[in-house]
Design a protein around this ligand. Structure first.
Ligand code: DGY
Length: 325
C-alpha cells in the first residue's frame, strides 16, 4: 500500500472501469465476496479500520449506531446512489463526516423504468407474460387483457426533481397532461411540461396515473396511504420508482385487491428485498427488483461520479455532490 494514497472501503462490487480507477488512484478495499453481499455493520467496521473513505450503496444502512463507531480516520462517505435515506446525515455531520451522492447521471435511466412500470401496469404485462409462460394463451380476443389507455388522461407526479422532470418530458408524446406536487413550485416551471398543484389532495383527485419521485424522509413516509388512495380516481394506476417507504403497502394491496386501484408498477419496496407478500398474489402489479438505474452506461457513470467526489475531497476541494439535511 502506498502510504499517501487514501484508503477507500468499497462495500459492493462496482462496474469494472470504476473498480480499476479506484484501484489505480486509491488504496481500495474492494468487495470480493462471492455473492456480492452487502457487509453488515460488524463487517463494515472491520473493513473501515484506518480507512479514509467509504464508498457504499443504497443497500447498506449507515445509521447513528454504525456512524458513531466508525474510526476517526473516516472523513467521507460517498454513496453510489442519488438517494441517501440509508445514511443518518445528522450522525455523519456530528462526526464531521461529509456525505456525497450521485445525482443527474441516473435520471434518464430511472425515468425509463418509471415508464416501464407505468406501461407494464396499465397494459397488464404481468398477466400477459404469465399466461404465455403457463401455456394458457387461447385465441385472440376482443375483450380480454383490456388495459388502461393514456391519451387525454392526467399523470400526477409527486416530487418534480431531476427524475420527476425526466418522467414528465416523456409524458407529452403519450398524450398525457402532467401535474405535479412539490412543497413549493419549481423555479424553472416554464421549461417543464407540468403544471403545479399546491395541494397533494387535489393532485390525487386529478391523477389517472400517479408516479412517485419524492425523497424518503419523515414527511413523505407512507404519504400514499388508504386516505390518499381513496382520493385518486377509481381505476387509477400507481407507479413507484422512488422508495418503498412512500407507500403504505397494506393499503395499496387492499386497493388493488378491491380493484379501486386498477394496477401498480413498482420497482422499490419497503424492506426490500423482503417485500410484502401480498403483492405476490396479485396479477395487477408489475414488479421489478429496484433496477431504475441499472443500465451499463448509468451504473458506470454513477461510479465515476462517486469517485469524482472522492477525488475532489482528497484534493482539498468541496465535492460537487455533498448532501446535508
Ligand atoms: C438511487 O440511486 O438512489 C437508486 O435507488 C439506486 O440506484
Amino acid at each position: 500500500m502506498t502510504p499517501n494514497r487514501p484508503i477507500v472501503v468499497v462495500t459492493r462490487r462496482l462496474p469494472e472501469a470504476v473498480e480499476r480507477r479506484l484501484a489505480c488512484d486509491y488504496a481500495a478495499r474492494l468487495n470480493r465476496s462471492a455473492g456480492d453481499e452487502s457487509p453488515d455493520a460488524a463487517a463494515i467496521l472491520a473493513l473501515a479500520a484506518e480507512a479514509d473513505a467509504i464508498l457504499c450503496t443504497t443497500a447498506e444502512r449507515f445509521d447513528q449506531a454504525l456512524i458513531e463507531r466508525l474510526p476517526a480516520s473516516v472523513r467521507i462517505i460517498a454513496t453510489y446512489s442519488v438517494g441517501y435515506d440509508h445514511i443518518d446525515l445528522a450522525a455523519a455531520a456530528a462526526r464531521g463526516i461529509i456525505v456525497t451522492n450521485t445525482p443527474d447521471v441516473l435520471s434518464e435511466a430511472t425515468a425509463d423504468v418509471a415508464w416501464l412500470c407505468l406501461l407494464g401496469a396499465s397494459r397488464r404485462a404481468t398477466e400477459g407474460d404469465r399466461i404465455i409462460r403457463d401455456g394458457r394463451w387461447g385465441r385472440w380476443s376482443a375483450v380480454a387483457f383490456l388495459g388502461t389507455g393514456l391519451q387525454g388522461k392526467t399523470l400526477g407526479i409527486l416530487g418534480l426533481g431531476r427524475i420527476g422532470r425526466a418522467v414528465a418530458r416523456r409524458a407529452i408524446p403519450f398524450g398525457l397532461t402532467v401535474v405535479y406536487h412539490n412543497p413549493k413550485p419549481v423555479p424553472d416551471a416554464a421549461a417543464i411540461p407540468a403544471a403545479y398543484e399546491a395541494s397533494f389532495d387535489r393532485l390525487l383527485a386529478r391523477s389517472h396515473f400517479l408516479s412517485l419521485h419524492a425523497p424518503a424522509n419523515a414527511a413523505t413516509r407512507k404519504m400514499v396511504n388508504a386516505a390518499a388512495l381513496a382520493k385518486l380516481p377509481k381505476g387509477a394506476i400507481v407507479v413507484n420508482t422512488a422508495r418503498g417507504g412512500l407507500i403504505d403497502d397494506d393499503a395499496l394491496i387492499a386497493a388493488l385487491e378491491s380493484g379501486y386501484i386498477a394496477a401498480a408498477g413498482l420497482d422499490v419496496f419497503e424492506g426490500e428485498p423482503a417485500i410484502n407478500p401480498g403483492y405476490l398474489a396479485l396479477a395487477n402489479v408489475f414488479l421489478l427488483p429496484h433496477i431504475g438505474s441499472a443500465t451499463v452506461e448509468t451504473r458506470e457513470a454513477m461510479g465515476h461520479r462517486a469517485v469524482d467526489n472522492l477525488d475532489a475531497f482528497f484534493a482539498g476541494q468541496a465535492p460537487r455532490d455533498a448532501v446535508s439535511r
